[in-house]
Design a protein around this ligand. Structure first.
Ligand code: FEO
Length: 393
């Protein structure tokens, strides 16, 4: 993509990564991603905000070919998808100062071998003038790492928010507009990356609310030209509101656990509880994470392998614990052949989930009539607890 103007003297540059399908060898990217950098030209000085993933270095350098002088290079966040091309940019612009948070300084030196003499650290509220344009730095920890900062350009009302509000979405569209695809990708991004940091995000949202933002320019995905939409969505995601949704991740080996899951799901649906079922061996974990953003209940279904949960259920429990969703209720169902400690092992895996356990039901072999009736009772209990919750989400 060629540089795209988003304001007077402000260009979106960087790279669209149409083909990337996995991030950090962990997070699926079904719709690719982008690494947004921004060039801000004042009357006297020029700043580049963030760089790109090292795999896209050539794309960034082509976009900078007409930029003869760079006074500042701002590193919001030391993760490589934004910082990886810093050494090359600093080499090309020997006069440029690298601006970052105090916490980022050592990371940039250790991971990228940046010369510490070129770094100047920026604290909350510090301003740098480019001549008619002011870069005001905001400390925004935990969106995504503790060292992360954002930059506000008050003359244009542009917040450069780095990972905060980002979306993994490869698109040629510069602005989000009302495209529901962007909001969905942003929710997925929040679920996979931001959800563990809800309390910190609430505080960062207060800082953003105090600004007069006309544009929010993240480091992944389109620029928000209607910031209200993404701000309202984030407020809801980080709130304590849960919806009338039971998420049922499960794995089955010979059909017993699956029969239990389907019976439970059928009864829940009949009682008006919205359900989302994930067959774990073929599940996109991003979809599972997204379902946990506002679900009230998780029911994990697992057969027994070596006396404990199936490895796929083990991973799902570990993931849910790491993401710290605002779940209120949980249950474990499944099956075994000889004996089982699956419930005990799963409960050890989820100390971060502050949930009320509504039931555990492990049946020997295929579920019998009494097992199915017990599942109906569990469904009734879940439906009772969900009374009054709305289904939006
Ligand atoms: Fe887009 Fe946390 O890096």
């Amino acid at each position: 993509m060629k540089p795209r103007k988003i304001g007077d003297g402000v260009d979106l540059i960087g790279a669209v990564d149409w083909n990337r399908r996995l991030f950090d060898s962990l997070i699926p990217l079904p719709e690719g991603t982008s690494y947004n950098a921004y060039l801000v030209r004042g009357k006297e000085k020029t700043a580049l905000i963030d760089t790109v993933d090292p795999t896209m270095e050539g794309v960034l350098l082509r976009q900078l070919q007409d930029v003869e002088r760079l006074d500042y290079l701002i590193s919001h966040h030391a993760e490589q998808d934004h910082s990886g091309t810093i050494p090359t940019v600093l080499q090309r612009y020997p006069e440029a100062k690298l601006l970052c948070s105090a916490k980022a300084r050592s990371l940039l030196i250790d991971h990228l071998q940046v010369d510490g003499e070129r770094i100047e650290t920026m604290e909350e509220g510090r301003e740098i003038s480019l001549g008619g344009k002011t870069l005001r730095f905001l400390s925004t920890p935990w969106v995504h790492w503790p060292e992360t900062i954002s930059t506000f350009l008050p003359e244009d009302g542009i917040l450069f928010s780095c990972d905060f509000f980002g979306s993994h979405l490869a698109t040629s569209e510069t602005f989000a507009g009302d495209d529901p695809r962007v909001l969905l990708a942003a929710k997925r991004y929040y679920a996979e990356i931001m959800m563990p940091f809800r309390p910190a995000i609430r505080k960062n949202l207060e800082k953003v609310d105090a600004l007069d933002c006309r544009l929010i320019a993240p480091s992944h995905g389109p620029v928000y030209d209607r910031p209200k939409t993404i701000l309202e969505a984030y407020r809801d995601w980080v709130s304590d509101r849960v919806s009338n949704l039971a998420v049922i991740p499960y794995v089955t080996m010979h059909g017993s656990t699956e029969a239990m899951v389907f019976r439970l799901a059928e009864t829940l649906a009949a009682r008006g509880v919205k359900i989302q079922i994930f067959n774990l061996p073929v599940t996109d974990i991003g979809e599972l994470a997204m379902s946990l953003v506002d679900a009230a209940t998780i029911v994990l279904g697992t057969p027994t392998v070596h006396a404990g949960p199936h490895p796929a259920a083990f991973y799902a429990a570990h993931l849910a614990n790491a993401l710290r969703p605002k779940l209120k209720f949980a249950a474990v169902i499944g099956s075994y052949g000889w004996g089982t400690k699956a419930v005990e092992r799963i409960s050890e895996l989820i100390p971060n989930l502050k949930v009320e356990v509504l039931g555990t039901l492990l049946c020997k072999g295929h579920p019998r009539r009494e097992d199915l009736e017990a599942l109906d009772e569990l469904a009734a209990t879940i439906a009772d607890r969900h009374a009054g919750l709305d289904s939006a989400g």
